[in-house]
Design a protein around this ligand. Structure first.
Ligand SMILES: C[S@@+](CC[C@H](N)C(=O)[O-])C[C@H]1O[C@@H](n2cnc3c(N)ncnc32)[C@H](O)[C@@H]1O
Ligand code: SF4
Length: 427
């Protein structure tokens, strides 16, 4: 029996058990309405980068001034269109993700102004960036914009690893960028990647030491995911270098967990650790209700999940012609919403216990049985109010993500990157 066969059937079994069906599909939407009364998290996807990293699975293209100008205008138009459809127009946070949002320079302020005009914005402004894209001038521009929280994609402080990943900056540049950010007193998150080809335990220790002592409030450490559609497998620098095997990945994950917690950082998601006095938590994943602007951005109102087209020129054209760029939609029934919510609680490492009577919600009893099983397997610790994921549990969530969810993300994203307006994507 091949491992692909075992995994395929395990996925089918898990889906049947928890979601009550084995197949899901995105389709072209008949209408694009979202039913959101309260505040939403706003996500703006900026798809431009100076260089494209070969391992990166996100929707990103090389920076092009003319396309960037059209993009900035379109985000404003898309925001105005959505604001008319959301009764309260309340926005509780703004995240600029990408891509490399800071590559837009002062045009970022133009987008922020359009958003503030279209919506009643009350929450923090957060964004992610790359050390190669920061200068003291840009940092001052971000301060004028009202940025409160920033994530710096350092990935590693080791020159050979940065080179192998195709990153175009030195460790010294990453350190300088961190110093500039620290002066602004923002909440800083540092992204590291681990389980990199050719990475030793000593490399990882050195990266953790530096990331945990650089003044950042939060550390996020991702194991390298290899999406078949990204160029990672054919990247010349990675050819002939062994990817770490599962036991090595486990040892590395344990090291990330142990060093972070020993340094006083507490787990706040399966990837992230935060100082107790850390303040605002950086998370590019908005969980409850969110509205996405820009190519490949997703929106969710609890009943429908919408995805914009992934093509930047098509995004611009569609917003000009129709005011929006929604390409795909999937209905989310209550049972699936419950599962979605459960997944994000687990991802956040804490699942509160259900209030009496809430077990009537479809699928809740199965989720509770799953939590009890997790407890018996030593992955969760229970207290009076909920279940806390421990190191072992967090590692198995990593593994589950790698084998189960990434193949779905791969199917959806690979199709959407190839075809701007797919008729249907089943997974
Ligand atoms: C959208 S990216 C990055 C922000 C910025 N453009 C940069 O490259 O620094 C967000 C984070 O995803 C992580 N990431 C990207 N590709 C990954 C992959 N294939 N596996 C694991 N993590 C990945 C990196 O840690 C990165 O900082
Ligand atoms: S990792 Fe960051 S800089 Fe590299 S291609 Fe992806 S979004 Fe762009």
């Amino acid at each position: 029996m091949s491992s692909a066969f075992v995994i395929r059937n395990a996925v089918r079994f898990g889906r049947r058990l928890l979601a009550g069906r084995t197949q899901f599909a995105f389709e072209r939407p008949q209408s694009i309405g979202l039913e959101i009364d309260g505040p939403v998290g706003l996500y703006v996807h900026v798809p431009f980068c100076a260089q494209l990293c070969p391992y990166c699975p996100y929707d990103r293209i090389p920076y092009d001034r003319a396309l960037a100008d059209a993009f900035v205008e379109s985000v404003g138009a898309e925001a105005r269109q959505w604001a008319q459809r959301l009764p309260g127009r309340q926005v509780s946070s703004i995240y600029f993700g990408g891509g490399t949002p800071t590559i837009l320079g002062p045009q970022l302020a133009q987008i922020a102004a359009s958003l503030r005009e279209a919506f009643a914005v009350s929450g923090p402004l957060c964004l992610e960036t790359n050390p190669a894209d920061l200068t003291p001038k840009k940092v001052r521009m971000l301060a004028d914009l009202g940025v409160e929280s920033i994530s710096l994609g350092v990935q590693s402080f080791q020159q050979p690893l940065l080179q192998r990943l195709g990153r175009k900056y030195s460790p010294a540049q990453a350190r300088r960028a961190l110093e500039w950010l620290a002066r602004e007193r923002w909440a800083i998150n540092v992204d590291l990647m681990f389980a990199l080809p050719g990475q030793s335990m000593e490399d990882l220790d050195a990266d953790l030491r530096e990331a945990l002592s650089c003044g950042a409030q939060q550390l996020t450490a991702y194991p390298l995911f290899t999406f078949p559609y990204s160029a990672v497998a054919s990247h010349r620098a990675l050819q002939g270098v062994q990817m770490p095997r599962l036991p090595t990945r486990r040892r590395m994950f344990r090291r990330v967990w142990d060093r972070s917690t020993a340094a006083g950082f507490a787990p706040v998601s399966v990837w992230s650790f935060m100082r107790p006095e850390g303040g605002h938590r950086y998370s590019s994943v908005t969980r409850r209700r969110f509205l996405g602007l820009g190519p490949s951005a997703a929106s969710f109102d609890g009943r429908r999940y919408l995805l914009n087209t992934f093509s930047v020129p098509e995004y611009v054209r569609s917003v000009r012609e129709r005011g929006h760029a929604v390409a795909l939609s999937m209905p989310i029934e209550p049972r699936l919403e419950r599962l979605y919510d459960f997944y994000w609680r687990l991802y956040d490492t804490y699942v509160p216990k259900t209030k009496p009577g809430a077990s009537a919600v479809p699928g809740r009893r199965r989720i509770e049985a799953l939590l009890d099983a997790g407890g018996l397997l030593g992955m969760l610790e229970q207290d009076a109010s909920g279940y806390r994921l421990n190191r072992r549990g967090a590692f198995w969530i990593h593994v589950a993500q790698n084998y189960f969810f990434l193949s779905d993300v791969n199917t959806i994203w690979a199709t959407a990157l190839r075809d701007p307006w797919p008729a249907r994507i089943a997974f």
